[in-house]
Design a protein around this ligand. Structure first.
Ligand code: COA
Length: 169
């Protein structure tokens, strides 16, 4: 089936949070601790419009004649102080059953194009140290290693190191 991407819509909230919440409760790729409720996911979508936007990867489900959400990617502000406004941070998530199909690469390419077209100068990625899939994905899209922040987070009773990568447009 053909996978395509499009701008996020409010009614994508359930599909997005079902992908995200698996990682919240089961992994250390995100430092969120509590599954995101529907209304928070809807607020997230409302805040991810325009230049700080989000996209979804979808395929058609012929049985129900609806779209199935396979993944999403977003661009967020890097820091709130105005001097940092030319830099953004990206995020990309693919449904576990659909990983390793090239969807992450398509999503990242699209969301980086959005950031570059919006005039941002640089994009940061903050990745769980040792998370080879994400580190390799970002490296393949032109991100360079900045360094590793050691033990800056804690989840599931252990310290978490974060690998910081950056792409300058
Ligand atoms: C990281 C993630 C987005 C990758 O998405 P994906 O759709 O599985 O990746 P793709 O199939 O597009 O692969 C793109 C590239 O990523 C790398 N990659 C993907 N999976 C990999 C794996 N298991 N091991 C090593 N490298 C991997 C490869 O470089 C690959 O390029 P190649 O096919 O030329 O070798 C996906 O694993 C995911 O959503 N993980 C859970 C959420 C997460 O960790 N998000 C990132 C938070 S920083």
């Amino acid at each position: 089936m053909t996978v395509r991407t499009r701008t996020v819509r409010l009614d994508d909230a359930e599909g997005i949070r079902s992908i995200y919440n698996v990682e919240v409760v089961d992994s250390t790729v995100t430092m969120d601790m509590v599954a995101r409720p529907l209304h928070e996911q809807q607020q997230w979508i409302e805040h991810h419009q325009g230049a700080h936007g989000a996209i979804v990867a979808v395929e058609d489900d012929p049985a129900t004649r609806t779209e199935r959400i396979l993944g999403f990617a977003s661009i967020s502000p890097y820091r709130s102080r105005p001097g940092y406004s030319t830099t953004v941070e990206n995020s990309v998530y693919v449904h576990r059953a659909h990983q390793n199909r090239g969807i992450g690469r398509v999503l990242l390419d699209e969301v980086l194009a959005l950031a570059a077209d919006s005039g941002f100068h640089s994009c940061m990625a903050r990745i769980l140290a040792g998370h080879e899939a994400s580190i390799r994905l970002h490296a393949s899209r032109g991100f360079d290693l900045v360094g590793v922040e050691r033990e800056v987070a804690r989840k599931f009773n252990r310290w978490i190191d974060i690998t910081v990568m950056q792409r300058i447009f």
